[in-house]
Design a protein. Structure first.
Length: 254
């Protein structure tokens, strides 16, 4: 079931007295998603909601929330301010929280791929050099780089697309199965996520086209259900998350 119309149980939700009413309403909806779809505990939800509330207040304190108006620089400046202030959260927690909220907005029908590039590699953030969003021409160069790869260019292209357009983690890409793609509905089901729940996400057209191209023209002939397969000791196995990370890193260096 696609969680686009969750109704929050406000009696059990955290209190957000410091935020305007329209932001509080958005936080209650996000809380319902974290609780009912992601299966997160109350304390984890509280921490994530606090961070998202601050981001929304920075951008929409005096106007209605329109996620289409959030720019990469808005996210970058927010991250910079929070890391400099210290005490609110570590870089990894900020990244996990914002990635979670971007996923929620994707499920709601937004396309936050351009924002995902800001938090693509959060582990080694430094205050003086926070990751910046890729410009459109840089995204094109990145995709051109993988398209020109000597080995498995279509596989590399779709892997980078899944990371950029849908914000999927390397482990989620590695564990993606053929059955998880609903071509008719235009969705991808993520199974075995950290919450141990199923997460249904819209499949952007560019991602869908790249997946179809890879599956039809480059994926090895195999009965294994994984989208990305390798042959080890004569047996087909899904690729590892480390292998996915190497593809993305190689593309960024090109």
């Amino acid at each position: 079931m696609k969680p686009t119309c969750l109704h929050p149980a406000k009696s059990n939700a955290p209190s957000f007295a410091s935020f305007p009413a329209h932001i509080t309403d958005e936080l209650h909806r996000y809380d319902a998603y974290l609780r009912d779809v992601r299966g997160l505990a109350a304390e984890t939800r509280k921490n994530r909601l606090r961070v998202v509330g601050l981001l929304l207040r920075d951008r929409f304190e005096r106007c209605a929330i329109d996620f289409r108006k959030v720019r990469p620089d808005d996210v970058r400046q927010f991250l910079s301010a929070q890391l400099r202030a210290g005490g609110l959260a570590s870089a990894s927690h900020l990244a996990a929280t914002l990635r979670s909220y971007l996923r929620y907005r994707t499920v709601c029908g937004d396309q936050p791929g351009k924002l995902s590039t800001v938090i693509l590699n959060p582990v080694h953030w430094k205050l003086a050099s926070l990751p910046r969003a890729l410009k459109p021409e840089e995204v094109i160069r990145l995709l051109d780089a993988v398209a020109g790869a000597r080995r498995w260019p279509k596989r590399s292209h779709v892997i980078v697309r899944l990371a950029l357009d849908m914000g999927l983690r390397s482990s989620e890409i590695a564990h993606l199965m053929i059955r998880d793609i609903d071509w008719r509905a235009g969705t991808v089901t993520l199974r075995g996520t950290k919450s141990l729940r199923q997460d249904v996400m819209p499949l952007p057209m560019a991602c869908g086209q790249a997946l179809a191209d890879y599956l039809q023209h480059e994926r090895p002939a195999t009965s294994h259900p994984a989208v990305f397969v390798r042959r080890v000791a004569g047996r087909d196995q899904p690729v590892t998350s480390t292998a996915i990370q190497k593809v993305i890193k190689r593309a960024c260096r090109s």
